[in-house]
Design a protein around this ligand. Structure first.
Ligand SMILES: [Mn+2]
Length: 256
């Protein structure tokens, strides 16, 4: 049984420079790791940040040309996909920056990016079960009881999180439940992002690695099976109000 090695990268949201730096920090040269490690992007690679299209190029290149990366979609990816398909979507919540980048391109360049992104999205799994089932990667997380399932509700949870529709008021941002707090501390590891936190949040063998790079935090990679993190600091201005904090914090050292 060969052990598999992963570097799982949190929400990049168009922070291409920081992403390149993080990949280099992880030891990749020209998209390849000398010890055959694999990158995993956990979604929301576009919107809000400065270089969403470069992120699409990079992830597509790593996944399809270098074949050294895996990708799962996030809610922003889902919306961009619907935009590319020609569905009627509201261009807000960061999509406007990606659309502005697209408008600055020639028609041919536009088509190429669209083709790459649609391939990435259409061929992606909703979530990834890795290392013989010991690690699951999902954009907004997944309850362990739902691993292996694929219905509409699971799709919504994986992309948008555990949204409390009843408590969410009209016109207000969706209220998200703290699903990870109610999980049992058992395997597999669940690695996810979606909700910005200042430092990786470890609870019940789940880890949120969205450290809000686009909001001036940092970009985080979780190394498996080493159970360590690498980070690069953001080039963006810090927006403190975008970050969530939690009680009952654990640390990764509690698992070693
Ligand atoms: Mn998200």
């Amino acid at each position: 049984m060969s052990e598999q090695f992963y570097d799982i990268i949190g929400d990049t949201h168009g922070c291409y420079e920081e992403c390149l730096q993080l990949i280099r920090t992880c030891g990749y040269k020209n998209g390849i790791h000398p010890e055959n490690r694999t990158l995993v992007f956990i979604g929301d690679i576009t919107d809000r940040g400065p270089d969403s299209l470069q992120m699409i190029n990079l992830v597509h290149w790593l996944v399809y040309e270098r074949k050294t990366a895996l990708y799962v979609p996030g809610n922003h990816c889902n919306k961009l996909y619907r935009y590319f398909k020609g569905n009627r979507v509201v261009i807000n919540h960061g999509l406007e920056t990606t659309v502005a980048e697209l408008h600055a391109l020639s028609q041919d360049e536009n088509q190429l990016i669209k083709r790459k992104f649609m391939q990435l999205y259409e061929q992606s799994s909703l979530y990834l079960v890795l290392d013989h089932g010991n690690v699951v990667c999902s954009h907004a997380g997944i309850k362990r009881q739902d691993i292996g399932k694929n219905g509409r509700q699971i799709q919504s949870f994986v992309l948008y999180g555990d949204v409390d529709h009843q408590s969410t008021k009209k016109g207000q941002p969706p209220i998200r439940r703290d699903w990870a707090l109610n999980e049992k501390r058992t395997m597999p590891w669940v690695i996810y992002g979606h909700t910005p936190v200042i430092s990786p949040r470890v609870v019940n063998a789940t880890i949120n690695i969205d450290t809000g790079c686009v909001f001036g935090g940092k970009l985080t990679a979780f190394h498996y099976p080493e159970l360590t993190f690498s980070t690069v600091s953001s080039n963006q201005p810090l927006q403190v109000d975008k970050f969530n904090s939690y009680e009952h914090e654990e640390t990764i050292d509690d698992y070693k």
